[in-house]
Design a protein around this ligand. Structure first.
Ligand code: ADE
Length: 224
């Protein structure tokens, strides 16, 4: 079973996404388990302080090393094989390839920060720093949930054959999915491409391959 631990100041953030759709099914089927830890529970001072002013000045609060490192230590004690990933906009960018790597690892701890970021010394206690993309979220939680979702749907047995991940966009490096259509045959004057209604499976496969390549090339040219 794949095991994930989430370290966060807002563990309730994950309640609804983990109780929906594919993550819910994977957890119910015993293919994945997810534990959330409240970082604040690891603060030892009277006020359970988890953040403080930035040395050198400037706006915003920085997450303190003591409670965060104590939470990481507890995550490693509970699951000694776990791979600890810090979510931060300054990390390496998440990709489908990374999601597949995490599936192989089998245990993952995702560390989410709030405020202006983590005290730099915390970096020495994680295995990897990961970013969802070149934009700033208000915290690591939405990024961690995206990573976890991308991993869970790849676990063997999670998707049925009709949802198979094998044909996904990106399952081949950089190759996007082809366009999909369902009923009605005509919507607002827009028709489903005739080849898809032809029943000619060879032609359909060829069209889909061409469309995938066309999309992938256009996306690369736009650089987006
Ligand atoms: N925390 C804030 N922004 C983030 C991002 N883009 N990726 C990962 N963690 C983040």
């Amino acid at each position: 079973m794949f095991h994930a631990q989430l370290l966060s100041l807002f563990p309730e953030f994950f309640t609804s996404p983990l109780a929906c759709s594919i993550p819910k099914r994977a957890i119910a089927a015993g293919l994945a388990s997810v534990d959330c830890m409240q970082i604040r529970d690891f603060a030892t001072d009277k006020h359970h302080k988890v953040d403080d002013l930035s040395y050198g000045g400037g706006p915003g609060m920085v997450m303190k090393p003591e409670p965060v490192v104590a939470a990481i230590t507890e995550a490693r004690r509970r699951d000694p094989g776990t791979h600890v990933v810090m979510l931060t906009p300054s990390g390496r960018q998440f990709t489908q390839k990374k999601a597949l790597e995490y599936v192989d690892k089998g245990h993952l701890t995702l560390l989410c920060g709030r405020y202006e970021g983590f005290d730099e010394r915390i970096c020495d206690y994680v295995d990897e720093q990961l970013s969802l993309g070149d934009y700033v979220l208000s915290g690591g939680e939405p990024a961690a949930m995206c990573v976890l979702d991308a991993v869970i749907r790849l676990l063997p047995g999670v998707l049925g054959s009709s949802e198979s991940a094998v044909l996904d966009s990106f399952s081949e490096e950089g190759i996007l999915d082809w366009p999909h259509y369902t009923r009605p045959e005509e919507f607002d004057g827009k028709k489903v491409p005739a080849v898809l209604l032809s029943g000619n499976h060879g032609e359909i496969e060829k069209w889909r391959r061409e469309q995938s390549q066309l999309r992938s090339r256009r996306r690369r040219e736009r650089g987006s």
